[in-house]
Structures are given as C-alpha cells and as structure tokens.
Design a protein around this ligand. Structure first.
Ligand code: SF4
Length: 377
C-alpha cells in the first residue's frame, strides 16, 4: 500500500512475510489502524518486539498469537482489538484469506478464473488477470479459500456500512466497480451534477488527468460546452497525491502535466479536478493553463470542500493545511489565482454515486467520523 502512516521505508513494504512456528504467513493490508499506539504500547510493555513502524505488523502479530485456535478465531479476536479501516489479504499455507473491516471502509472483492479464486481491492485487478468478478467481500466478512472452495464467516458486530466515498472521487480506478457502484459512472454523474450546481459561461471544459476526466466529460455533456484535452499527462510518473512528501507532490504536478497551447489559447476554460485539498496543486494548475494563453480559468472540484483530515487510510493533511477549512470560496479563488472556483455539494456527490448517504463515510467533508479517533493518534 502507499504510505498512510508509519513512514515510507523498505521495512514497511508489504506484504509482510514471516515464518511463525513453521507456518509461512504473508499479510497485506489496505487501510489504517487508529488505535495502533495503544495496543502496540501494551504489547511492547509485555516484551513484544516490533521490527517496523507499520500498523500492518501489529495485525500480523495479533493474528499469529491466536492462530493455534484456528484462523477464523484468530481473525475475530484481532478484529475485537483493532479499530480503523482494514482490507486484509492473508496467505497461510495453502489458504487464501480475505477480511474486510466491520464498516467496509476499504474495498475488497473476490474473483474467479478457471483455476482458482482471487481476492483484490478493486475489480480492475481481476480484469487484468482474466478473472471474473464474483462479489464484494461484505463489511465484517472473513473469506477463506482452500482446496474445498470458498467459506464465509461473519464478525459479530452492530457496525454500519461506511464505505469511503473518497474512493469514488479519487482513489479507486475508474474501471472498477465497488459495492455495486461504478467508479467511472459516479465521477461522470458528479460532473453532470456540478454543471447544474456551478454553471458558468466558457468555451471549453477540460479535466485534470486521470481522475478529473470522467467528471469533465459529464460537465461538458450537461452544460453543452465542448470537452477538450487541455493537459497531457506524462505516462512515466505516478500519482502525485500518493507521493510521500508535500514537496514531491508539488514538484510532481509540473513534471506530470503539460498544457496543450493549441487547445487553451484565447479560451475561457473550465478545469475540473477531482478535489481541492491543500490548494497548492490547484494554484499550479491554474498558472499552467493561464501561461498557455487561456483568457479565463474557472476551477471546479468534483468533491465537496475537504474540511477535515482522514484517519482511515487516505493521506489527507491535517486541518490547518486544508484550504477549504481555512478560507472562504472567494479567498480560495484568489489564492489559487482562478476567475471562479466551485465545488459539488455533498448531497450532489452522494447522488452521483447512486448510493444511500448513510452507506458512506464522508468525514473529510462533514467531520462525522464513523469510528472514534483516539486522542493520541
Ligand atoms: S474521512 Fe474521507 S477519505 Fe477518510 S475514509 Fe472517510 S470519506 Fe474516506
């Protein structure tokens, strides 16, 4: 996984692969455990030694300590202790195990090809290996695959489904379907809704590659303004958002995106990005487009204002660095150097997914965290 906590170094690289009592265990984790400090502290006080700064090692340790009672028991026990988001894949001997946290904050799905079952975070990974999508792993479900097939167990919980809505905005790939919702369609719909909520006169609509493109197409379709490719993405650079430092992220924008002067010169441009987080990327984008000759630049965000940090595995900064938590729309417009700035509403985003508002975690937009955040996180 990309670094959400614990530092970006080789020791924290996944999967964690260990030999425990002659059993080979490999474990990979997408998410973030919020009470890691508390549990780790207790274990360290009793003499347990950790080799890394990753919360994944804690999960592995808790799993191993009860494995003698069977893997289902061991997982249920560890799920009673850890709090936060976790989609886990574990191999244990000839077994493949998948676990999704009780709120289903992070996605996990099951696929099947002619030889075996597979488990992946996103359905696009199944397509890549020629496997058919079988179903999503349910929140609070343990799936064990062995030579007898697929076995499902439920973790006792009254927790509500709270899939991260930001997966649909930015994180997941557009060619994935998560919990029955197409990521592409939800982004396209968000663009259409935004065109109704935030209309403006312009000559062209462009999207910030890659995650802003479907919303830009939707905005163009709904507004009747032509869609164009105004920014070319360097194929050889990864996602700037998941670079481990802010400096690397900012440097990444200029290396990653180059404007198409032929498309932008003399035009009133609407540019759609998936989100506006710190505002530094937006500022750079607006400048790139103006420098390419655009007459006006209107920035639209396909997510509502990000006003609070994420503790569940998306590396958003703390509140003081979030532009929407500290400035009004007018101030943001000035700060990023745009002619106008507009956001989709939270209701609009929920509508775009086609899901029910209660089924999502939306805490970075409304500060209603589904899992209590310990004060010492
Ligand atoms: S706080 Fe935001 S990014 Fe984090 S899980 Fe909730 S919706 Fe997703």
């Amino acid at each position: 996984r990309y670094t959400t906590a614990g530092g970006s170094n080789i020791k924290n690289a996944q999967p964690f692969d260990v030999l425990y009592k002659n059993m080979q265990i490999a474990l990979a984790h997408n998410g973030n455990i919020v009470n890691v400090k508390n549990i780790k502290g207790i274990l360290e006080d009793s003499g347990v030694v950790f080799n890394t700064t990753s919360d994944t090692e804690l999960i592995l340790n808790l799993f191993a300590r009860n494995i003698k009672y069977g893997e289902v028991f061991a997982i249920k026990e560890l799920c009673q202790l850890i709090s936060g988001s976790y989609a886990l894949t574990i191999t244990l001997g000839n077994k493949l195990i998948g676990v999704r946290d009780v709120n289903g904050l992070r996605p996990l799905c099951i696929g099947e090809n002619s030889r075996t079952y597979v488990i992946a975070s996103e359905s696009c990974a199944l397509d890549a290996i020629g496997a058919n999508f079988v179903r999503d792993v349910e929140p609070g479900e343990i799936v064990i695959i062995d030579e007898d097939g697929l076995h499902s167990y439920k973790i006792d919980t009254s927790a509500e489904r709270k899939m991260c809505i930001f997966e649909y905005v930015y994180f997941a790939r557009p060619d994935s379907v998560i919990d029955g919702i197409s990521v592409y369609k939800s982004r396209y719909n968000a663009g259409k809704i935004m065109a109704r909520e935030n209309p403006t006169d312009a000559d062209i609509v462009i999207g910030v590659p890659d995650s802003g493109i479907p919303a830009a197409i939707g905005y163009a379709k709904e507004s009747g303004i032509g869609y164009g490719i105004g920014l070319i993405k360097n194929k050889y650079i990864g996602r700037t958002f998941i670079q481990p430092s802010q400096k690397m992220r900012e440097e990444g924008v200029a290396i990653k995106l180059n404007p198409l002067r032929d498309v932008l010169e003399g035009k009133r441009v609407i540019i759609i990005d998936d989100s506006i987080v710190r505002g530094t990327t937006s500022q750079k984008l607006v400048k790139i487009i103006r420098d390419a000759g655009a007459k006006e630049v209107h920035l639209r965000s396909a997510s509502p204002p990000v006003i609070s940090g994420c503790y569940y595995g998306v590396d958003t900064p703390s509140k003081e660095h979030l532009i929407a938590a500290n400035m009004s729309i007018n101030e943001i417009t000035q700060a990023v150097g745009a002619d106008s700035v507009g956001y989709i509403s939270l209701e609009g985003l929920i509508k775009a997914t086609g899901g029910s508002g209660c089924d999502f975690c939306k805490a970075c937009f409304d500060e209603k965290y589904p899992i209590t955040i310990p004060h010492n996180i």
